[in-house]
Design a binder for this molecule. Structure first.
Ligand code: MG
Length: 234
């Protein structure tokens, strides 16, 4: 079985998010603050403190409050709806995604999407971009009450597809959350380092494989992880 993270692994989520935020506030330099506030709110959903249905509006209101703009929940809801529409229009697949998924489908590998995002919109996103048919299972942290890198998240996915962790590999763009988390849960851990940080800004921990593009995933599976169920020849 192969597990793939969604945001910034399959879908260029950061570019879309930045575009929607710039459209909202008319400036491009607030992305780190937005990410931090979003992460805090996602954690509150995962812990059960904040209902998922309220999360985006509460987050956007909290973000604007940090910028000194106080609005009530009704206005925040309208602002967030407009931002989301821009966001949806901005979702794009990375170019290496479809060839990789087609190879995995042809190889007959079971495939799971494993995301720390918090809800149903991840399925909408996969469907809009034509990816739903490729996945046997979609695991969403906000629905499961557990998130990567917690090994429970990875073990639940393996269980759902009847696969031993040792016969599974997880690939994602976040070194700790995805690759190290998977490795520590007994799966193969693969870091998709699209920016080329490995060995430059970031030391790669033992037991983690690094890819710079999904175009190289078939090769890695065949040479290192044939146990996930790929043919031994490309
Ligand atoms: Mg990601």
């Amino acid at each position: 079985m192969v597990c793939l993270d969604i945001d910034d692994t399959l879908i260029d989520f950061t570019s879309a998010g930045r575009r929607s935020l710039e459209d909202l506030i008319g400036r491009a330099d607030m992305w780190p603050l937005w990410e931090r506030i979003t992460d805090d709110h996602v954690a509150r959903v995962v812990s059960g403190e904040l209902p998922y249905a309220d999360m985006h509006t509460v987050r956007t209101r909290a973000f604007l409050a940090e910028l000194g703009v106080d609005i009530d929940m009704a206005v925040a809801g309208e602002v967030e709806a407009r931002r989301k529409e821009v966001l949806r229009r901005s979702w794009r697949l990375f170019e290496d995604v479809l060839p990789c998924l087609e190879w995995l489908a042809t190889a007959g590998v079971k495939l799971a999407a494993v995301t720390n995002a918090s809800g149903e919109h991840q399925r909408d996103k996969l469907a809009r971009l034509g990816l739903s048919e490729f996945f046997d299972h979609v695991a969403i942290a906000g629905e499961m009450g557990v998130a990567k890198p917690d090994p429970v998240m990875f073990h639940k996915v393996c269980c759902a597809l009847g696969c031993e962790p040792a016969n599974a590999v997880h690939v994602g763009d976040k070194l700790t959350t995805d690759a190290v988390g998977a490795r520590d849960a007994g799966l193969g851990g693969v870091w998709l380092d699209r920016r080329g940080s490995a060995g430059v800004d970031v030391e790669v921990p033992p037991g983690v494989h690094v890819l710079h593009t999904l175009a190289d995933l078939p090769e890695l599976l065949v040479s290192e992880y044939a146990r996930v169920g790929v043919p031994t020849q490309r």
